[in-house]
Design a protein around this ligand. Sequence first.
Ligand SMILES: *[C@@H]1O[C@H](CO)[C@@H](O)[C@H](O)[C@H]1NC(C)=O
Ligand SMILES: *[C@@H]1O[C@H](CO)[C@@H](O)[C@H](O)[C@H]1NC(C)=O
Ligand SMILES: *[C@@H]1O[C@H](CO)[C@@H](O)[C@H](O)[C@H]1NC(C)=O
Ligand SMILES: *[C@@H]1O[C@H](CO)[C@@H](O)[C@H](O)[C@H]1NC(C)=O
Ligand SMILES: *[C@@H]1O[C@H](CO)[C@@H](O)[C@H](O)[C@H]1NC(C)=O
Ligand SMILES: *[C@@H]1O[C@H](CO)[C@@H](O)[C@H](O)[C@H]1NC(C)=O
Ligand SMILES: *[C@@H]1O[C@H](CO)[C@@H](O)[C@H](O)[C@H]1NC(C)=O
Ligand SMILES: *[C@@H]1O[C@H](CO)[C@@H](O)[C@H](O)[C@H]1NC(C)=O
Ligand SMILES: *[C@@H]1O[C@H](CO)[C@@H](O)[C@H](O)[C@H]1NC(C)=O
Length: 889
Amino acid sequence: MASFGCCCFALLMVSLLLGSQPATAQLQDQPTMVALQRELMVADWELNSTSYCFWRGVTCGGPNQAVEALDLPRRNLRGNISLISELMSLKRLDLSGNSFHGSIPSSLGNLAMLKFLDLSMNKFENRIPSSLGKIRDLISLNLSNNFLSGEIPDELKNLERLQELQISGNNLTGSIPDWVGNLTDLRVVSAYENSLVGVIPRNLGSVSQLEVVNLHSNLLEGAIPESIFKSGKLQVLVLTVNRLNGSLPKSLGNCKGLSSLRIGNNQLAGSIPASIGNVSSLTYFEADNNNLSGEIVPEFAQCLNLTLLNLASNGFTGTIPERLGELKNLQEFIVSDNSLTGDFPKSILRCRNLSKLDLSDNRFNGSLPEDLCSMSRLQFLLLDHNSISGEIPGGIGNCGRLLELQMGSNYLTGNIPPEIGKIKNLQIALNLSFNHLRGRLPQELGRLDKLVSLDVSNNQLSGGIPSELKGMLSLIEVNFSNNQLAGPIPIFGPFQKSPRSSFSGNKDLCGDPLESNCGDYFGSADGSDRHRVSYKIVLAVVGSGLAVFVAVSVIVGLFMLRERQEMDAKAVVVAGEVVVTPPQIAAGNVFIESLMQAIDFDSAVKATLKDSNKLSSGTFSTVYKAVMPSGLVLSVKKLKSVDRSVVHHQNKMIRELERLGNLCHANLMRPIGYVIYEDVALLLHHHMPNGTLAQLLHDTTGTGFDSNWPRRLSIAVGVAEGLAFLHHIAIIHLDISSGNIFLDADFNALIGEIEISKLLDPSKGTASISAVAGSFGYIPPEYAYTMQVTVPGNVYSFGVVLLEILTSRLPVDEIFGEGIDLVKWVHSASGRGETPEQIMDARLSTVSFAWRKQMLAVLKVAMLCTDSTPAKRPKMKKVLEMLLEVKEN
Ligand SMILES: *[C@@H]1O[C@H](CO)[C@@H](O)[C@H](O)[C@H]1NC(C)=O
Ligand SMILES: *[C@@H]1O[C@H](CO)[C@@H](O)[C@H](O)[C@H]1NC(C)=O
Ligand SMILES: *[C@@H]1O[C@H](CO)[C@@H](O)[C@H](O)[C@H]1NC(C)=O
Ligand SMILES: *[C@@H]1O[C@H](CO)[C@@H](O)[C@H](O)[C@H]1NC(C)=O
Ligand SMILES: *[C@@H]1O[C@H](CO)[C@@H](O)[C@H](O)[C@H]1NC(C)=O
Ligand SMILES: *[C@@H]1O[C@H](CO)[C@@H](O)[C@H](O)[C@H]1NC(C)=O
Ligand SMILES: *[C@@H]1O[C@H](CO)[C@@H](O)[C@H](O)[C@H]1NC(C)=O
Ligand SMILES: *[C@@H]1O[C@H](CO)[C@@H](O)[C@H](O)[C@H]1NC(C)=O
Ligand SMILES: *[C@@H]1O[C@H](CO)[C@@H](O)[C@H](O)[C@H]1NC(C)=O
């Protein structure tokens, strides 16, 4: 392992600092530990030859210096762990986050003293060994996120002292055994994302004080057992995506400490018990896509911490209780697709933190209040498919933060108020279709320069399409059809690129893309003046729309969004006063102990003040090279557009960085430290002598053409490993591109910019906050509409990187033709009658049959990754498998 990546540099430094150690007398586990060192090749264990008790992660105890704890999380280890079962005094074993595979050795069952066993986040496969049931004193068992299969062995029923059972993220089958309900000390049961069937044990929680039960994404059926709520200690209950039926037990009112109750996507029926009002800690209540009915109970108003209430796609009837307006913390109120009635619920607007109001697909009537948007934080106002009448109030213009406005399929009358043009943030969609709107289209719509989709179809709008609408620079989708519009369609890329159906049903409209030309309006119909907007402008425009969003969301967002997600965490305490005179360092840290001496913060700051040190400038940061007085070379990343408010969120940022600093994976470029001065944040990284993949592939000024296919393939595999790991730990990258892939001295690939990628809980569903980012050419088509960074989106961007590696071409280039990027160019090759040879870089593919074969296989993978349908793209884990197979053959 010659990788320069994560830990190894640290080890090198440690080895230089080591002196001699005193000999130790009794070393009971010496032979085992020496053998284990060889087997697992724990690099830094070699260094302290005197006593294994000094080895990192080893804790000794007792008169014979027996090993009592092995803590080796995230150390990139693999090998056979059977030897560990000879460490008979072991009480604690943590091997989480490594690359161990094969079966879990059944000999681990011999570790009679073991209390804590964590094998999570590895690649263990086959069954859970029944011998683990012999570890009578086990308190915590974590086997999550492996590839385990088969049933939960019955022998585990002997683990009578078990408090925490975590087996989520495997491929376990069979049912949850009844004896789980007999474990008296059980507090945490987490078995989500498996293939478990049958019912939840009816006695679960009857004899224990359950705090966390998470069983989402299985095939569980039957009712939610009342026993779960019996002790009243429950804090988190997640049962989403199963086949549960029956109703929600009244006894849930016992659980005053229950903060997250998520039961969506089941077949639950009946009404929500009024006792919900006694669950005073309730923060998330998510019950969408069930068969729940009855009225929305006013007792929700007693849950003052309620942040998300999602009752969408059920059979709720009646009106929205006025008292819900008392929910000062409510951010998302989602009741779409029910049978709710009554006037538009004005009281809900008193929830001053509301950011999403989704009433769509119900039977609401009455008109909209003029003060719809007073003191509004609304970002999503979704009122479509109701029976709302009256005019759209001019007050809508005060909804300054709105991202999406859906009012289609109602009975709205009157004009479109020009105040709509004041909603400058509107970007996802403005939909007023299928109403009774009349009058002219207000020219103020043209001010909505971030808007992607506009639909005013099926109204009675008249007059012309104002040429001011050309100001809608981000537009991709428009629909003006079925109105009484007249006159020429303005010459504007997004209009002419639309299908005819977007303008049809207006008998007096003319011009491209309609067939009727504007002879009556202009002298000539077609000709030289009708130049289409070049693809570059369109891309840039789409990009800039997104970029603005990014600027708002990313850097600030990284911390602010985290803040929102960590809402229940304690208030921010501002660290250290910020002094304004010449760069005075407010805070700084180095995460790797061995590098502390070698890094000088002042030198890092100074390096960023000189332009000659600049290495690159990206979407989110500028990178400088900094030579420390110790001789160590760093790259220092200065974050762009860091709002002053970030300084006030310093602690959060620091926590985030330290967490990332601890990520140990050979293909991730993690921060090794940071410096903060004034409102500037600098992130410190190891210097990458071989630059980026983009430079290797496209920079002809440097070392010249890179003709080393095996090296390119290794880089592809490395990136896939890094990305698969990120997805495994639920981090979605915001900006995968060849410019963000760095190459160390041995040309190992390291994914950079992970700092700007925020943590998402993929199971959080609607509670997650949307954000969009990426570099031109790498942005998957669906991002423009969904504004949501996704795992499949990352796979798409990775596919673009693969195509770059195969073709040596840029992701966006004029030579592909108008509106065509690398992905489209490759996908349409067979349609143009071109062979793979004409796509792949012939300077590589013609070198040998073996190379050509590998390149063809990688091309197949790249095509899968860049499928336009997100659901059809493979998972990164699968992509990695396919690439490894190519490499090994
Ligand atoms: C090696 O042993 C010394 C004590 O002799 C200890 O201070 C040092 O941290 C150990 N290093 C490692 C890498 O375990
Ligand atoms: C690990 O080693 C043990 C004993 O040396 C052996 O029985 C077992 O088959 C090995 N396991 C694997 C996965 O190689
Ligand atoms: C595994 O589960 C235990 C017990 O719940 C927990 O303490 C530990 O942090 C988990 N491990 C990981 C890597 O999350
Ligand atoms: C899970 O197990 C089932 C049946 O045992 C198998 O068909 C399926 O491929 C497995 N899935 C994974 C991801 O291993
Ligand atoms: C659970 O405990 C009850 C009462 O002690 C007992 O009757 C039952 O058989 C036990 N169930 C299992 C599966 O061990
Ligand atoms: C719930 O589902 C089970 C089987 O899945 C079925 O036997 C039972 O009748 C259902 N109960 C209700 C109330 O629908
Ligand atoms: C809520 O709790 C109080 C006492 O704590 C109890 O009297 C009341 O019945 C409960 N309400 C519901 C609806 O369960
Ligand atoms: C509501 O949230 C606040 C802040 O997180 C917390 O201090 C408080 O205890 C919560 N209230 C209840 C009733 O849980
Ligand atoms: C949902 O509940 C209604 C009655 O409340 C019932 O008529 C209907 O069949 C149920 N649908 C399903 C899918 O269970």
